[in-house]
Write a protein of this length. Structure first.
Length: 270
């Protein structure tokens, strides 16, 4: 599933082509994706100027005066800005036509993505009760330490909890814990305040760097300009089970935590 850097890369790629431009039409080639597409997408979005392309967690928000369209890429979704006459592919489910003569095309082979609507002044239920963005000042080691007290769940599972902080998915949680030297199996409540400060710093550093590198290339993900990300070539832990640690040479191990594969170095991470 595309993670926060991939979604942010997409946001930065499409924003210059959408912001300040008017939606001239919406074409829905199926009535649903992961959930039914609400009627407001067809009735309220056309004619509106997109004031801002924003992101909250892994959702992209197309903000207009009439409301906000929420887009989630799911497991295999991709957004591209294309000339309106670009031939359709089998899995091109949505076109949002712009006054520039281009369309924002949503392609989603597995249909786990979403296109939803949020009325002005409201917060969609999927965005309620979620934690702060990891690249803001609201997220730091003190937040992690305070929320982790008496938590017996693993620190890896805790870090991936959207109620704690949004958008730290499996790949980047594994990488941040490696960089901070913290064993992902350790109980969240047993990690010190000082180590959480280090962990929060590594989350910020790694996510910011991944964004500059175009995100992590997954099997089904391409950036809006068609170029793959490059951060995948620089991973220290994720996906490297059995390979030697790049720091100490010890074979990387993998364990299942919260139903997700978690990669770590048994020597570097304690």
């Amino acid at each position: 599933m595309p993670e926060l850097p991939e979604v942010e890369t997409t946001r930065r790629g499409i924003a210059p082509h959408l912001e300040g431009h008017r939606v001239t039409g919406v074409v829905l080639r199926r009535p649903d994706l992961r959930w039914p597409i609400p009627p407001e997408i067809s009735t309220l979005l056309p004619g509106q100027v997109i004031d801002e392309v924003d992101r909250r967690a892994k959702y992209l928000l197309l903000r207009t005066q009439a409301g906000t369209a929420l887009l989630h890429l799911g497991m295999s979704g991709m957004l591209r800005v294309l000339p309106a006459e670009t031939p359709l592919g089998k899995h091109d489910h949505v076109d949002i036509a712009m006054d520039t003569g281009r369309v924002l095309r949503f392609t989603d082979p597995r249909r786990f993505g979403a296109l939803l609507w949020q009325m002005p002044g409201e917060t969609h239920e999927l965005l309620e009760g979620i934690g702060p963005e990891p690249l803001t000042d609201d997220f730091d080691g003190d937040l992690l330490w305070n929320l982790s007290r008496r938590r017996s769940a693993s620190v890896k599972t805790f870090l991936m909890d959207n109620a704690v902080v949004v958008g730290v998915g499996n790949i980047y949680a594994s990488e941040a814990l490696f960089a901070a030297g913290i064993d992902p199996r350790r109980a969240a409540g047993k990690v010190s305040r000082a180590r959480y400060a280090t962990l929060a710093g590594e989350v910020k550093r790694i996510l910011a760097y991944a964004i500059t590198r175009g995100g992590t290339t997954l099997r089904d993900f391409l950036a809006p300009d068609g170029a793959p990300g490059y951060f995948f070539q620089e991973l220290f832990a994720y996906g490297r089970a059995g390979e030697p640690c790049k720091v100490c040479g010890t074979p990387i191990k993998v364990v299942t935590l919260g139903q997700r594969a978690s990669f770590y170095c048994p020597s570097c991470q304690r």
